[in-house]
Design a protein around this ligand. Structure first.
Ligand SMILES: C[S@@+](CC[C@H](N)C(=O)[O-])C[C@H]1O[C@@H](n2cnc3c(N)ncnc32)[C@H](O)[C@@H]1O
Length: 288
């Protein structure tokens, strides 16, 4: 815990005392709402090792993720040019090409070894592919932007600058295109505080105190929808799908059940479009 308090001091990130769950979006944005690029640069080899043998084929992705991709693909099964933010070893590109036609696949990833693993598998990708080792928040725009589809699976909510990562993804979406983003939801308070909610970066081995840790952000459902509403330009449509389940065994978090959700946010082609929503989420997220 002391480590994360020190991290807060070093970065200006708000690490609240006490641990009361927080409502509202304040904690989901870095201080001042600015893009301060204080994300954790993950150093462990374990990300590369895990993702080069997992989440690399269509059926290894969650039902919620597959549901959303099926919904946004064109009738002919095309999803166009894809930017995958937090791409790890590039497994989503391999998975999507099994199911859809892709014109291009570009990955951005903060962990060096994962980028090396993605590049090592580039010849398995049919479309043109390239990978950048960078914090997405530090990239004004990604080379070859804008993209028809920007994906952010377990990325915004696995680092500290959740809102800035989401904004950065959004600015790389072409008007009329989509951002697909996964978030963990609750009917309780949002938590973006690594002293209370974090994940050991440990996939098979037993958990140890000295494991590198990732942030494990949980959103109150209304805060998640506000995060989307605060994007500029606002999305013209928010499509969501999710279901209750237990948190990962490697996570330490105040909740024992969360809604694992995936959203597709469509970027408007006009200024005057009022955002609409189609949410296939459990009613108990609002009523419980
Ligand atoms: C939980 S993993 C998910 C990997 C992959 N998206 C998937 O769903 O299979 C999250 C990945 O996002 C990367 N990441 C976290 N913050 C990032 C940032 N600010 N910019 C780029 N990559 C980031 C991590 O290093 C990690 O590889």
């Amino acid at each position: 815990m002391a480590l994360y308090k020190r991290l807060g001091k070093l970065t200006g990130w708000t690490v609240p005392e006490g641990g009361a769950e927080t409502r509202g979006t304040a904690l989901l944005r870095p201080s001042g709402g600015m893009s301060t690029a204080n994300n954790i640069v993950y150093r462990t080899e374990r990300i590369a090792r895990y993702f080069e043998s997992n989440r690399s084929s269509w059926l290894q992705f969650y039902a919620s993720e597959r549901w959303i991709f099926e919904r946004i693909a064109s009738k002919s099964g095309s999803i166009g040019r894809v930017l995958d933010v937090g791409c790890a070893a590039g497994g989503l590109g391999l998975a999507l090409q099994e199911r859809f036609s892709i014109d291009e696949y570009v990955g951005v990833e903060i962990n060096e070894q994962a980028v090396a693993a993605a590049r090592a598998r580039r010849d398995r990708l049919r479309p043109r592919a390239e990978f950048h080792c960078q914090d997405i928040v530090k990239m004004a725009t990604v080379p070859r932007a804008p993209f028809d589809l920007v994906t952010n699976l377990s990325c915004s909510d696995w680092n500290v600058e959740t809102a800035a990562i989401t904004d950065a993804c959004w600015r790389n979406v072409i008007p009329g295109g989509n951002l697909v983003i996964s978030l963990r939801l609750t009917n309780g308070g949002s938590v973006n505080d690594m002293s209370r909610s974090y994940q050991h970066i440990c996939f098979d081995e037993g958990l140890r105190d000295d494991d590198e840790k990732a942030n494990y952000v949980v959103f109150n459902v209304r805060d998640a929808l506000r995060l989307f509403e605060n994007l500029r330009p606002q999305p013209s449509q928010v499509l969501g799908y999710g279901y209750w389940g237990p948190p990962s065994k490697s996570a330490v978090t105040p909740y024992d059940q969360l809604v694992f959700s995936v959203f597709a946010l469509t970027k408007s082609t006009r200024d005057d479009q009022v955002p609409t929503s189609e949410l296939h989420l459990p009613l108990s997220l609002w009523t419980a």
